[in-house]
Design a protein around this ligand. Structure first.
Ligand code: NAD
Length: 238
């Protein structure tokens, strides 16, 4: 069985994508010809889609909220929470996922670079922080408003928008000695560049997933398999 050694001097940066939640029953979208749960990304996940049909966008993310609430973390989420429990602040997790399965498995030091399903923020970006929002909207008239008067939109980074907390992520990647990437196709930027940034700093880079990602050449080790099957017991912590 392959292991990933984690030494006393290692700082670990983990990047996860939709694949880590696949075994929890949440569909990835590359698996379905570029559709996300049967929808074209440009109809539900772009600033133009929001402009054109905010009711449809809220219906789509309400359905994702319902699916996310019904899903449970799988052994891959728990393996990362356990690693964090062992190495503490030498661990940092960045997820592209908008579900909350990492938190529910026990991860604490994490950033959702593409936003979070169970939050909403001002559509005018007035500067107020996002608010908790678990509602399932069928009708735009039910959607609340920001204190500034503008409508609330899903706290999701649409395609074409800038991901969240990029400066912090760059800092964390710079000091990492080991980067572990799980279940992401390597096609969504800037996340797909992270492995190259890590390599520039001479970090070891490991990919975990059932098939090689598009940026496979940048990894020093590939652990082939479904995350939930191969991750328990994978990290050999010194
Ligand atoms: P993607 O859908 O483009 O690719 C999924 C990757 O996961 C593929 O490389 C596939 O080989 C791999 N995979 C499939 N099953 C796996 C398993 N059991 N274990 C490990 N890997 C597995 O996903 P992406 O690269 O993360 O990009 C998708 C974007 O869409 C993200 O930015 C994300 O915000 C959004 N998204 C989020 C969710 C979620 O929050 N759960 C779900 C779908 C899409």
């Amino acid at each position: 069985m392959q292991t990933i050694p984690v030494g006393v001097g290692d700082r670990v940066f983990v990047l996860t994508g939709a694949g880590i939640s696949a075994e929890s029953g949440l569909p990835t979208f590359r698996a379905e010809d570029g559709l996300w749960a049967g929808n074209r990304i440009e109809d539900v996940c772009t600033p133009e889609a929001w402009e054109l049909n905010p009711g449809l966008v809220w219906q789509f993310y309400s359905a994702r909220r319902a699916a996310g609430a019904a899903a449970q973390p799988n052994p891959a989420h728990f393996a990362l929470a356990e690693l964090e429990g062992r190495i503490g602040d030498r661990f940092f997790l960045c997820t592209q996922n908008v579900d909350d399965l990492h938190e529910r498995a026990g991860s604490r030091r994490l950033v959702h670079m593409h936003g979070e399903l169970n939050k909403a923020h001002c559509e005018d970006d007035c500067g107020r922080p996002p608010v908790e929002d678990h509602a399932l909207y069928q009708d735009l008239a039910e959607v609340g408003h920001c204190a500034c008067g503008a409508r609330l939109r899903p706290h999701i980074v649409f395609f074409g928008e800038i991901p969240l907390e990029m400066e912090r992520l760059e800092r964390e990647i710079k000091r990492a000695t080991l980067m572990v990437v799980v279940g992401t196709s390597g096609s969504v930027y800037p996340a797909a560049s992270f492995v190259h940034w890590a390599r520039r700093n001479r970090a070891r880079t490991v990919y975990i997933g059932p098939e090689p990602p598009l940026n496979a050449e940048a990894f020093t080790q590939v652990v082939e398999g479904k995350a939930g099957a191969v991750m328990p017991g994978l990290f050999a912590v010194e």
